[in-house]
Design a protein. Structure first.
Length: 313
């Protein structure tokens, strides 16, 4: 065994110079890494491999000087055999690390979107289920369900919340209108028609948001940013330009989505204004014959008179 180690160390040391020359000519032939450099070649074949061979040789001297031919041949073929094995191992580890990072990115994106979804929900917002519309839903509510499903299909639940908010505002405004007017009144029909038009415009905006988001649904912004950050110096100009263009597409799409979200907010504000204005309209006949202030003043005078009468007794 010691003789084999001696022969192996001699054969390994002898191959350092040829592999150094090969690596200086083409680093990719002598190194198993993805981005080889000549400095790495010099480090490996001038320092690392000679150190390993010298260590094996010193260790084998305990058994005397008896290098074996089989060990010498094994040392000669050690590097060409080890290079593909190391390349395979490095590739497997890199793929494993990439899968793990991808899983972490997906989990982080889901967590961030869940947080955004929780923040975006307002008090009293009803959640629409596209698969199970509300009982007695009209065409407008069904259109809201379809728009929400379109946003969910492009993996944007943070935008799908806007459909829930729109539905809640619509239902609230209709409840206020029903409480202020009778169904057959002209004012009710006119108000409902205007509210429906505002909501239909908002639904069109939601559908446009889904179309915009569908264009970049396959672009992973976190992956592109990690490539530019971790491998920025090793990327070629063409690949770098392609990755930067992907980020630009994401930024442009998010900018357009923000503009469309602003339209939704404007529509929701109009519906809130409508609900408040309609709630201020007094359509019922007052039941009291006097105002509240007058009744309170008369009641106060009655209590004071009764108190004076009791003191005289």
């Amino acid at each position: 065994m010691l003789g084999f180690l001696q022969g192996f160390s001699y054969g390994l040391f002898m191959t350092c110079l040829p592999w150094l020359l090969v690596g200086l000519f083409n680093p990719g032939l002598a190194l198993p890494v993805l981005a080889p450099s000549r400095l790495q070649v010099i480090f490996r074949y001038c320092l690392l491999v000679p150190f390993i061979s010298m260590l094996l040789w010193l260790t084998s001297l305990w058994g005397g000087f008896s290098p074996s031919l089989f060990g010498w041949l094994a040392g000669i073929v050690a590097i060409p055999v080890a290079l593909p094995v190391e390349r395979t191992l490095r590739g497997w580890l890199a793929r494993r690390r990439e899968r793990r990072q991808e899983a972490q990115r997906v989990a982080a994106v889901r967590k961030r979107r869940a947080q955004e979804e929780r923040k975006a929900y307002e008090a009293g917002v009803s959640v629409l289920d596209p698969g199970r519309p509300p009982e007695g839903a009209d065409d407008l509510v069904l259109a809201m369900c379809r728009a929400k499903q379109s946003l969910l299909d492009v993996h944007r639940p943070d935008l799908a919340i806007q459909a829930d908010r729109l539905y809640s505002r619509y239902r609230h405004v209709m409840d206020v209108l029903s409480g202020r007017f009778h169904t057959g009144e002209l004012a009710f029909e006119r108000s409902r028609g205007l509210v429906t038009q505002v909501c239909l415009g908002a639904v069109d905006t939601l559908i446009s948001m889904a179309s915009q988001a569908r264009g970049v649904v396959s672009v992973d912004g976190n992956y592109v940013r990690s490539r530019l950050t971790q491998e920025g110096k090793q990327l070629g100009e063409e690949e770098r330009a392609a990755l930067v263009r992907r980020l630009d597409l994401l930024v442009e799409t998010e900018h357009r989505l923000n503009k469309l979200t602003a339209r939704i907010e404007s529509a929701l504000t109009v519906l809130d204004d409508t609900a408040v204005s309609m709630a201020r309209i007094e359509t019922a006949r007052p039941q009291a014959s006097v105002t509240t202030e007058k009744a309170l003043e008369d009641l106060r005078r009655f209590v004071e008179g009764a108190d004076r009468y009791t003191r005289k007794d």
